[in-house]
Design a protein around this ligand. Structure first.
Ligand SMILES: [Zn+2]
Length: 142
């Protein structure tokens, strides 16, 4: 097997992340993951402490864990091969999608610098909220 791939050594499967920074070992029965925290560097985790996340929109993978030393949540990118390996070792799995707003375009004309100036003027009034509500109810005259 080539660089950055899976190497079989006895009953231990070892994988190195593309950056070479992350590695984990899978032994029969018990799985220990050695991962990198940006603050604490090498940390040891159980496979249960790690969640694999796959984006349904672009199939990109990552994994997330809470560092046992500093309690910081660490999120790292993972290639498809690493995602498969972690899942086969029993890691939790989550699928997520981009926010729906990314695919929606609001109706109406785009905001102009004049609109922004008008809003700025409205906000000068202590009754700005009522004024704004009245404006929206009336619709923009033109
Ligand atoms: Zn840490």
């Amino acid at each position: 097997m080539g660089q950055g791939g899976l190497r079989l050594k006895g009953s231990v499967v070892r994988a190195d992340g593309q950056t070479g920074a992350d590695a984990w070992e899978v032994t029969t029965g018990m799985t220990t993951v050695r991962a990198q925290c940006p603050t604490c560097h090498d940390v040891q985790l159980g496979i249960d402490d790690l969640t694999v996340r796959v984006c349904a929109d672009d199939s990109s993978g990552s994994y997330r864990f809470m560092c046992p030393t500093c309690d910081q949540v660490v999120d790292r990118p993972a290639s498809g091969r690493i995602v498969e390996l972690l899942l086969s070792a029993g890691a939790h799995h989550e699928t997520w999608t981009w926010p729906a707003e990314l695919g929606e375009r609001p109706a109406g004309p785009p905001l102009t610098p004049d609109d922004l100036l008008d809003l700025h003027m409205v906000l000068q009034s202590p009754r700005w909220f009522e004024d704004l509500v009245a404006l929206v109810r009336r619709g923009t005259p033109e």
